[in-house]
Design a protein. Structure first.
Length: 266
């Protein structure tokens, strides 16, 4: 056996030992959740590099399952990975290439001041989970919610969020609000539709009129940015698909970037 062969075998043995010992860097970063998310995506080479900001997605219990995946995992994790490429390119925010999954039952939530939650018209929150979210907001946390439709889903979302922010005020965000001006001027914004309805009326599950709403605290700071009757997550997910219109993907990127920069500066 040559020296070169011995070195190669030792290297292989090291890799096998690392995999058997559960070395996380030998696995996809969020492998444990891939049975719950819609579009698992390969990790980029720098998936384990830590940065100043990461797209944090809230994992919660929902009232229904969407096919093979859970409601909280819609569009994930392709959507956020394509979106953060835009954040890295279009801003100076030191952004991680992969998302952070935040379980609603974990105090890990308090380490991530910006979170995104999808399909919140389906969420079910226990008293303990409500209490944790309340602490998150009391400590200055910011939540962006997206892709829920119809008055029924709105009512279910509000039943949860008003318990988590009992003193908050619901507003319609006006064109001159700082969240629409901080990076991009979004006064000429328009609905960002889901891919399933983008060429067929853009109305999903009875949600006719798009609404840009927010829950603000006593000082007027946005705590929850609400994208109602629209679907930015789909626009991020299909940003690389020529079939999905670029105008909607561009609007979704600009809106998401504004929400991140607002949360960082207010």
């Amino acid at each position: 056996m040559t020296a070169r062969t011995v070195v190669a075998l030792l290297g292989l043995a090291t890799l096998l030992i690392g995999a058997q010992s559960g070395n996380p860097r030998q696995q996809r970063r969020w492998a444990q959740y891939e049975r719950e998310i819609q579009t698992p995506w390969d990790d980029p080479p720098d998936a384990w590099d830590e940065k100043e900001f990461a797209f944090a997605r809230l994992r919660y219990q929902s009232g229904r399952r969407r096919g093979w995946y859970q409601s909280w995992g819609i569009d994930s994790n392709k959507a956020e990975r394509l979106f953060v490429q835009g954040v890295r390119r279009l801003t100076r925010v030191d952004t991680r290439s992969v998302e952070q999954m935040i379980d609603v039952n974990s105090d890990e939530m308090f380490n991530w001041p910006w979170m995104y939650a999808v399909a919140v018209g389906d969420w079910y929150l226990s008293d303990a989970q409500i209490g944790r979210l309340k602490k998150f907001f009391d400590r200055g946390g910011f939540l962006m919610v997206d892709d829920f439709h119809s008055e029924q889903e709105w009512a279910n979302f509000m039943a949860g969020i008003t318990r988590a922010i009992p003193g908050g005020t619901l507003i319609e965000i006006e064109n001159d609000h700082p969240i629409f001006q901080i990076v991009y001027d979004l006064s000429g914004r328009y609905r960002v539709p889901g891919a399933n309805v983008v060429r067929s009326g853009q109305v999903e599950r009875g949600g006719i009129d798009p609404r840009w709403r927010a829950i603000v605290d006593a000082k007027g700071r946005v705590q929850v940015a609400i994208c109602f009757n629209m679907d930015l997550g789909d626009a991020w997910e299909f940003a690389d698909d020529p079939w999905y219109p670029e105008m909607y993907a561009s609007m979704a990127y600009r809106m998401g970037i504004n929400y991140i920069l607002y949360a960082m500066t207010h």
